[in-house]
Design a protein around this ligand. Structure first.
Ligand SMILES: O=C(O)C1=C[C@@H](OP(=O)(O)O)[C@@H](O)[C@H](O)C1
Ligand SMILES: C=C(OP(=O)(O)O)C(=O)O
Length: 430
């Protein structure tokens, strides 16, 4: 879905003071959907995220034989009784979790499954998925491209055992294997062999969700995971609010000198977005628990930051927007792998911040941002929801900023633009 007309981002000269309950977590919803589809009985998911990425995941699992009944904010997932053998196609859109996780499930079935996605999905790193499947003895026809589209020819069983992956381009290659490892005949003994491993909280989330469903996962050695073969228990769960997406509202409060209450912030969570509790003080702001909520408030000055974002790379675009509006320079490192995200986020952020008159520079593994007065222009979003989030944060302080294709935010946040407009155009509270 694309918007033909650029959207004028709300701008304000007064502090934004408000509260928001963000929709459910993408990463949790898509893991819980997969584990429910592999479970030993039906599972009920409450407050799932209903966005493009999770709808694509639900459609993919349905294509592979699961049944998903939706009743408002409750989805009931019944695993496939038996999979057919007729060829089927899965649309991955631009969703990393669909393109990396679902091919491993396809390997467990009998039907040839062809995976494809958006134009840009065809350049996202997928060679590790293809190599992994082949090392597990699964036939993959990729026409020699090492990328989407490709067809997985499952044979109904995967012996499993020892597997080595280089997941330096994405933690999702590890999570994909862990999610299905218990269903391999010998389980899985997985080692990451690459130099760096990004997004560790996302891998920890995968392990935690497996353990909650009775799967034995040993993590005694760094970069090694042993998943014991066995069943995956069905489990009814409620999905936590998406803390990464909460970041755009937190940034809105910080760049306007205001305050935002994020409702129902989970006290104990595996989400990468929990890192906002540490990032906000680095920008000079404060974080105060209040009942089930967290209140994030601006400090006297929005100071620049030196942050290694290796573990929480998906927060980078919004942090970069805040950095461009700060009073001192910022250095963001540890995120070379962002070049393989929805777009090359390092190049995109430099181009778009500098289009507004900013001074951003690409580093080998991150960004250097020196604040400068910015002017309005059309901020390109490259079909990347988080580039749109960066744009609207900048628009709060930069007049006449137009956001190209703001609707791209439906990837992880239905209705984002109207919600943002309503909150950000509300009168200042006194
Ligand atoms: O497993 C997941 O749910 C995710 C893992 C991370 O991917 P990378 O390790 O590729 O950054 C993250 O950035 C992405 O938004 C979601
Ligand atoms: C990198 C992201 O998404 P994906 O799951 O498509 O990799 C993201 O949401 O920032």
């Amino acid at each position: 879905m694309t918007d033909p007309l650029p959207w004028l981002a709300p701008h304000r000269d007064t502090p934004f003071v408000g509260e928001v309950l963000v929709p459910g977590s993408k990463s949790l919803t898509n893991r819980v959907l997969i584990l429910a589809a592999l479970g030993d009985g039906p599972s009920v998911i409450t407050r799932p995220l209903g966005s493009r990425d999770t709808n694509l995941m639900a459609a993919a699992l349905t294509t592979l034989g699961a049944t998903i009944e939706r009743d408002g904010m409750t989805w009931t997932v019944t695993p496939a009784r038996s999979t057919g053998a007729d060829p089927v196609t899965v649309d991955c859109g631009l969703a990393g979790t669909v393109m990396r996780f679902v091919p491993l499930l396809a390997a467990l079935g009998d039907a040839p499954v062809t995976f494809d996605g958006d134009e840009h999905a065809r350049v996202r790193p997928m060679a590790t998925t293809i190599a992994t499947l082949r090392s597990l003895g699964v036939e993959v026809d990729d026409g020699g491209r090492g990328a989407l589209p490709f067809t997985v020819h499952g044979s109904g069983r995967v012996p499993g055992g020892t597997v080595e992956v280089d997941a330096s381009a994405s933690s999702q290659f590890v999570s994909a294997l862990l999610l299905v490892g218990a269903r391999f005949e010998q389980g899985l003994d997985l080692r990451h062999t690459g130099g760096t491993l990004p997004s560790m909280p996302h891998i920890e989330m995968t392990v935690a969700e497996l353990r909650r469903r009775g799967v034995r996962v040993d993590t005694d050695e760094p970069a090694r995971w042993v998943v014991h073969p066995g069943t995956i228990d069905a489990l009814d769960v409620e999905i936590e609010p998406d803390l990464s997406n909460a970041g755009v509202f937190i940034a809105g409060a910080l760049v306007t000198g205001g305050e935002v209450r994020i409702r129902s912030w989970p006290r104990d969570t595996d989400q990468a977005g929990d890192a906002w509790r540490d990032i906000v003080p680095a920008f000079g702001g404060t974080v105060t628990p209040d009942g089930a909520d967290l209140v994030f408030a601006a400090g006297p000055e929005l100071t620049g930051v030196e942050l290694d974002l290796h573990d929480v790379g998906e927060l980078t675009p919004v942090i970069a927007a805040m950095a461009a509006l700060a009073t001192t320079p910022s250095r963001l490192t540890g995120v070379a792998h962002l070049r393989g995200h929805e777009t090359d986020r390092l190049a995109a952020l430099v181009t778009e911040i500098n289009r507004l008159g900013g001074d951003a520079e690409e580093l080998e593994d991150g960004l250097l941002i020196r604040p400068r007065p910015l002017h309005g222009d059309t901020f390109r979003t490259y079909d990347d929801h988080r580039m749109a989030h960066a744009a609207v944060v900048l628009g709060l302080r930069v007049p006449d900023l137009l956001v190209e294709n703001v609707v791209t935010t439906i990837k992880t946040y239905p209705n984002f633009a109207p919600v943002w407009e309503r909150l950000m155009t509300a009168p200042a509270k006194v």
